[in-house]
Design a protein around this ligand. Structure first.
Ligand SMILES: [Zn+2]
Length: 359
């Protein structure tokens, strides 16, 4: 993979971090390049107010915001997350603390964060940074949608399944499992917000999603960035997923004619793989929360990637009953399968822990 740096390091600590990172990536077989369109991985220094965010021209560019925090903040998530949004990044790496004992923090768009402990051997520390970074930077997003206006007329207003989605969404909201969407537009300039919308066609960042099977091949799923406490309108708040197009790597959706549809949740590919493999699975919920004693994926791949979908599907396959599985997504949340949404909600009632363990 080709990698590049954008902007300049804010201080000596960050300059030496950039140097060691370059060496470690080269040793792992990657090539240093210029921050030009098409480069696979761009590290963007975000400390300086003067540096403009690096604007990728394609979804395939993975952007890592590099942040320097000389003093460890009280609440890392709150202090660092807005920087990742401002940098238009996929991931944030922060170098925290004084030079002699600086630590490396990772933060994902899913608001997962974890620390790589300081080491007496800075090169070994950097190898660990590269080991944690590489699978994320080389993963593949499946976020394209193909809308086909072929939805049967009797489904334009929804059915009993979309009603169940609406009820489950309200319940998740009442349980406080659906945090308010992150207000990207308050943090980004109007121009940058439009850029993100064009590139990803999202209205904002929101966390969690739910789906319910309609028939052997199709399922209803919440749309991207919508308030899941109010799932009702077909084509805007809930979408019917009918297939995955492997050639163009896009989800295929049936929508009513003559509407401007919203995109389906980025995790549609994960739900797709589970429904197709397990005919007994009737519903799936994903929340950023945890339960005691659940199995978990090893690598925290980003939402919406084929790698995350594959890792979760593999865990579901290994569950004693794949149609009633609770799978942890490392540093991220849970995906829960059930015979129906009501079945899931009954099983997890009272057992959900709001805090995801971070490692
Ligand atoms: Zn998630």
């Amino acid at each position: 993979m080709e990698f590049a740096f954008h902007g300049s390091p804010r201080d000596r600590v960050m300059a030496s971090f950039e140097g060691r990172l370059t060496t470690a990536l080269k040793e792992a077989g990657h090539r240093l390049s210029e921050p030009v369109p098409g480069v696979g991985l761009v590290f963007s220094h975000v400390d300086s107010e003067r540096v403009r965010p690096f604007r990728r021209h394609a979804q395939a560019t993975y952007i890592v915001a590099l942040l320097r925090l000389p003093d460890p903040p009280e609440d890392f998530l709150q202090a660092a997350y807005p920087w990742m949004i401002r940098s238009l990044g996929n991931l944030l790496i922060a170098v925290v603390g004084p030079e002699a004992e600086s630590e490396t923090y990772f933060m994902t768009l899913e608001r997962g964060y974890y620390r790589i402990a300081p080491s007496t051997d800075p090169d070994a520390h950097m190898q660990e940074v590269v080991r944690r970074l590489t699978p994320l930077a080389t993963s593949h997003l499946i976020i394209d949608n193909i809308f086909e206006p072929d939805l049967e007329r009797e489904l334009w207003q929804g059915d009993e399944h979309t009603e169940e989605l609406g009820r489950a969404g309200k319940l998740l909201d009442a349980w406080n499992l659906l945090p308010a969407p992150f207000p990207m537009q308050e943090i980004l300039s109007e121009e940058d917000f439009r850029h993100v919308q064009r590139l990803y066609q999202i209205g904002g960042l929101s966390y969690g999603n739910l789906s319910q099977r309609r028939d052997a091949l199709r399922y209803w799923m919440s749309a991207s960035g919508v308030n899941k406490a109010r799932l009702k309108e077909v084509g805007h708040e809930v979408l019917l997923v009918k297939d995955f197009d492997g050639g163009s790597r896009a989800m295929r959706l049936s929508v009513p004619p003559e509407i401007k549809p919203r995109r389906v949740s980025v995790d549609a590919i994960e739900h797709f793989m589970i429904y197709r493999e397990h005919p007994q699975v009737g519903a799936i919920i994903h929340v950023h929360a945890w339960m005691e004693g659940i199995p978990s994926t090893d690598i925290n791949y980003p939402c919406g990637t084929i790698e995350l979908a594959t890792a979760v599907a593999e865990r579901v396959r290994r569950a004693p009953d794949p149609s009633r599985a609770v799978i942890g997504l490392r540093n991220h949340g849970m995906t829960i399968t059930g015979r129906s949404l009501d079945d899931i909600m009954e099983r997890v009632d009272g057992k959900i822990l709001p805090q995801v363990p971070m490692s």
